[in-house]
Design a protein. Sequence first.
Length: 286
Amino acid sequence: MLALASILLATPQGIAAQEKIRVVTTSTDLKSLVEAVGGERTEVESLTVPEQDPHTVEIKPTQLARLGKARLIVRIGLDHEPWFARLPLRDVPVIDASRAVKLLQTQTPRLRTERQAHVHAFGNTHYWLDPDNAAPITAAVLAALAAQDPAAAGTFQKNRQAFLAHLNDRILAWDAALKGLRGTKVVVVHDSWAYFAERFGLNIVAAAEPSPGVTPSPAELAALFKRMREANVRLLIADPHTNPALVQQITERGGARAVTLLPSAADYIGLFEENVRRLSLLLNPG
């Protein structure tokens, strides 16, 4: 029996299994991008799922155990994961994907009225919602994986090129599908759609939440409704976690139609396919 096990480990399949690079990411979107580059030579796990609030995550003991075996960690960065600093990390490379992209809303640290730091104080962290940012993110992933397994660098490069070719084809389709919405004035509930809006030509007039996750006061809502009427805003973008009562109040008093978009998903290209589908229904209802 021991001899058989030795033979199996000596086979190319056994060696390939041993050579897999264990990667831990802080989101499923990054997980999908790492898998696109790493392919079968990687084993990737996300510390969060799309349904979670990314700012308030409780890491389970089983995840900590897997984290301890990781050879590479890929995170969103900035202040998107305040819980990340509490992780018991050993000496393992950490790739901050935010350093690979051009960030929005970085002009100055933003403060709340009570002078406490804004959740996204040093830039908008939702940069993966511009599909063009997949190119620099996967470039950083490629470099990190190649450093772990130089012999597979060529494979990683081919995987990345194939993924980006497919993504670019889909981007052309998404641009065409959303052409009729370019220039549309919108209000967002959560300030997570700046990159998506800029990429696809939506004009964000205001965010309902004064700070991410903070319910607007009656006075703030009154000012929002006034601004919506003055700007003739007809579209509200909500997130899956948005309070339905708040959405209803904004649509009824602000005169806008609401659509719920997904800020995260298990499959990167699938994330945009679904969001474009939902927005396309506004142009072609029924």
